[in-house]
Design a protein around this ligand. Structure first.
Ligand code: NDP
Length: 305
């Protein structure tokens, strides 16, 4: 088959006869139809091609694959000549076990969102932690260094966020989660890695009064994805944070962000993190800096085609 314009959703069988005019990239997930990644990557590639004309032929596709198809899919992507792959829900943990090499951050996070082609196979990276740190800088002009951080969630995204807090030297990290088992598993995982950061756990429904004011509060739970979801935490029950970042970007304003706005706390949704994790992935694949501003502009609702 001919690799068609990138709004199509491809499946495993399409890899058997993959034909493309230039190098291929893809995002892989289930479901995948609504992914914004092709839009922002094509905008960046078009801009980068002005300086590096060879990038003009690169195309970024969508693949909907089930978790049990990944083991077959990775060698097929390699034989089909793909240069790089992004993975989203529910594949980030599974691909780590299939990749041939794993970066230290992805190994420590226990999850990968980016694979880069090597001669033998695939090298796994995790750019979510970088994406979060870059987003906090872009939105609030702040870094994680020396900060008090309240992190909501203990799933894959929270793991990468927690490690980034530790890598960047956060002073305190307060992790709140609904399930105690998952929270404890994350605290145990972080204990030998926590360097200078003091890590504490709490039940999301009962935030401890010791949490200091002026923390950076980050939502890495999936509470808010549903249009009628409540906020994952009652902001009036914690000392006022300095800023609130919600990794969710669709819907663009969650109940948590509405509460923050009402309280006058600077807040932002996860679109900037999506952009910066994507820009880092594109830099890994191409070897050139990717323009995050161009990617962000491409995602503005008024600019979407
Ligand atoms: P996971 O499924 O791995 O984790 C989900 C987390 O949400 C868990 O901590 C879970 O808690 C919690 N949770 C789910 N339902 C509830 C509920 N009803 N009440 C309280 N807590 C709940 O998902 P990910 O870590 O992969 O993703 C988390 C969020 O981050 C998603 O919304 C995702 O879209 C977003 N994300 C955004 C990115 C970006 O670039 N902007 C990148 C990556 C993720 P429990 O352990 O109790 O089940």
């Amino acid at each position: 088959m001919k690799a068609d314009p990138c709004d199509a959703v491809h499946h495993l069988a399409d890899l058997d006869n993959w034909r493309a005019d230039g190098p291929s990239l893809a995002v892989v997930g289930k479901p995948i139809k609504h992914s914004l990644s092709p839009l922002m990557h094509h905008a960046a590639l078009a801009q980068m091609a002005r300086l590096h004309p060879e990038l003009g032929a690169w195309r970024y596709h969508r693949f909907e694959l089930a978790p049990e198809e990944l083991r077959d899919a990775l060698p097929k992507f390699h034989r089909a000549g793909f240069v790089g792959l992004n993975f989203t829900v529910p594949h980030k943990e599974i691909v780590l076990g299939i990749a041939n090499e794993v970066s230290p951050f992805a190994r420590a996070a226990g999850a990968a969102n980016t694979l880069h082609r090597t001669t033998q196979g695939w090298h796994a990276h995790n750019t979510d932690g970088y994406g979060l740190a870059a987003a906090l800088h872009a939105e609030f002009g702040t870094s994680l260094a020396q900060r008090h951080v309240i992190l909501l969630g203990a799933g894959g995204a929270a793991r990468a966020a927690a490690l980034q807090c530790i890598e960047d030297g956060a002073a305190d990290l307060w992790i709140g989660n609904r399930s105690r088992e998952r929270l404890n598993a994350l605290l145990t995982h972080l204990a030998p890695r926590s360097k200078t950061t003091r890590v504490h756990g709490f039940d999301l429904a009962q935030p401890p009064s010791e949490i200091p004011a002026q923390a950076a509060l980050i939502n890495a739970t999936s509470v808010g994805l549903g249009a009628n979801d409540p906020a994952p935490i009652d902001l009036t029950r914690v000392a006022l944070p300095a800023c609130v970042y919600d990794m969710i970007y669709n819907p663009p304003e969650t109940a948590l962000l509405r509460d923050a706005r009402r309280l006058g706390v600077p807040c932002a949704n996860g679109l900037t993190m999506l952009v910066h994790q994507g820009a880092r992935a594109l830099s890994i694949w191409t070897g050139f800096n990717a323009p995050a501003d161009v990617m962000f502009d491409a995602l503005k609702p008024t600019n979407r085609v």
